[in-house]
Design a protein around this ligand. Sequence first.
Ligand code: S3P
Length: 191
Amino acid sequence: MAGAPGHVVLVGLMGSGKTTVGRRLARRLDRPFVDADEEIERASGRTVAALFAERGEDGFRSVEADVLADLVARSDPTVVAAGGGVVVTEANRALLASPGVFVVWLDGSPAFLASRAKPKPHRPLLEGEDPRTVLSRLHAQRAGLYREVADLVVDVEPFHREGERSKARLAEHVADRVRHHEDVTVEQPAP
Ligand code: S3P
């Protein structure tokens, strides 16, 4: 018996390509796509930068957790590009580990990610410090947490290095793994 389609959540550090890959993946799986940072801004009526400035990182994390809980509760299977720090909140890790959620960790070396992660208003953690230093620190802090929740880990470096075609291959690779996972998931009868 085929498993029901569920949510797919992309996690990984800034610069790993969660949004780009997520959009392509959603098209391939024919599911809606949601960028969690955009959803946080919509739900709170504030920009990510304003949330950090007015409520600090803890305030931002609390809105992020509410938004993730709402996204995972949707009945419509959805592809979500999470913010890079989604895994630091324990409640989020528990949600990501739930059975209807397939988590993909897009990984790469801090140096490579730093070469891609553009400083943007929604990335206050990159302000005023060398991105390589920030991403090395975050990679050391978070790699174990990403690993804890991931159903699939992809090294994105070769894909991003080779241009547009290889981005399409990356999305197709992830889509294949999701389809395979959903084909082989057999619902267990209630005890
Ligand atoms: C963050 C990553 C950002 C955004 C916020 C915090 C992080 O998202 O959620 O600035 O803690 O790594 P992206 O990874 O989509 O840039």
